[in-house]
Design a protein around this ligand. Structure first.
Ligand SMILES: [Zn+2]
Length: 183
């Protein structure tokens, strides 16, 4: 397996651990669970980095530094937890939702920003435009809806949004502020 495939594997493992979570408790617990899973994700990455370093010493291969920009895009950009009534779920920026119009109220809200999968009409602070429908918040909301069809997206409680590679807290983007409210 090459390094990119190993990272993809960590991403999948991380997502599948999140999907097994069955919570009916408060949002802080969901946040703690997410942070624990991120801790494991970081450990996996650190372990891989050590192995790559040892490999370099024995085989004189090019040293692969996972902290360089080259690899940033391979890691999950953002993960978040969400809760509505008695259901808790998670979402990440990986992958896409296949059937957006199955959750019409949220779908219509997203369409106000632009076409799904295309750049939003709203600019971010850095001047860039995020892709409509790609955010972790949207994925977590769809997961909630799939478990409870009464989910009202404007009343979803969210955890902090984290960058899993570093556990850095990510500020809500302008797309998500317009859909889910300012935090
Ligand atoms: Zn967003």
């Amino acid at each position: 397996m090459n390094t990119e495939d190993l990272i993809k594997d960590f991403n999948k493992k991380f997502e599948s651990r999140l999907s097994t979570y069955l919570t009916k408790k408060d949002i802080r617990r969901i946040d703690n669970f997410l942070k624990n899973q991120i801790g494991k994700y970081i450990q996996d990455i650190e372990q891989l980095q050590k192995e790559l370093f040892n490999y370099k010493k024995t085989k004189k291969a090019r040293f692969i530094d996972l902290s360089t920009k080259e690899y940033h895009r391979s890691f999950i950009a953002c993960a978040i937890g969400a809760k509505y009534k008695n259901v808790g779920t998670f979402g990440t920026t990986v992958g896409h939702i296949s059937n957006f119009n199955n959750y019409l109220p949220l779908y219509r809200m997203l369409l106000k920003l632009g076409e799904i999968g295309k750049k939003s009409s709203l600019k971010e602070k850095n001047g860039r435009r995020n892709t409509v429908g790609r955010c972790a918040e949207v994925k977590a909301s769809y997961s909630l809806f799939n478990k409870d069809k009464s989910t009202n997206f404007s009343q979803i409680e969210f955890t902090n949004a984290y960058r899993p590679r570093t556990l850095q807290i990510i500020e809500r983007c302008n797309n998500c502020k317009s859909v889910f409210g300012n935090v």
